[in-house]
Write a protein that binds this ligand. Sequence first.
Ligand code: ATP
Ligand code: MG
Length: 161
Amino acid sequence: MDFPAIIPPLARRGRLAVTERELTTWGEALGRAAHPPLLLTLAGDLGSGKTTLARAICRGYGVADQVTSPTFALVHEYSSPRSPVLHVDLYRLRGEEDLTNLGWDELVSAHALVLVEWPERAGTRLPADHAPITLQHIPDDPDRRLLYAGGHMSSASIERQ
Ligand SMILES: Nc1ncnc2c1ncn2[C@@H]1O[C@H](COP(=O)(O)OP(=O)(O)OP(=O)(O)O)[C@@H](O)[C@H]1O
Ligand SMILES: [Mg+2]
């Protein structure tokens, strides 16, 4: 690789406890390094920092608009010089029908940067070909979150890279 690894080597097997500022700095770098088409999933409990991270990734990717949580609209679209950005939040999804109404299949195969919060709600309709990120609260440390990136992919393919 002739570019710096965006995922710190240790994070492939371990985990990082990051402050909001560290998460934002990392997210901006990830956004700068992202090339479409790319589907990034942002998993984690309520308030774990998914939207905070999405905002940073968008900033790094060149989105000039203010990025707000798409909890009610389910999807917000932004433009950047590189490609459109689709920011999806499936928290309020009621079922498969909502996915269909959302144009999910077109959305995840668009030539875009696609960021999906609550990806597990898509069930089997989540394409296997995505880069997973998970954030987790840390008991007794309200200022940090555990960040898992890439290394928790269930597929063995990452080991073969
Ligand atoms: N280390 C940290 N990383 C990210 N957010 C943090 C951190 N420490 C504190 N916070 C705070 O946690 C909150 C995270 O909110 P955010 O909306 O990003 O979470 P979310 O995962 O998108 O929630 P939701 O499930 O409701 O969509 C913010 O208020 C942020 O300031
Ligand atoms: Mg959110």
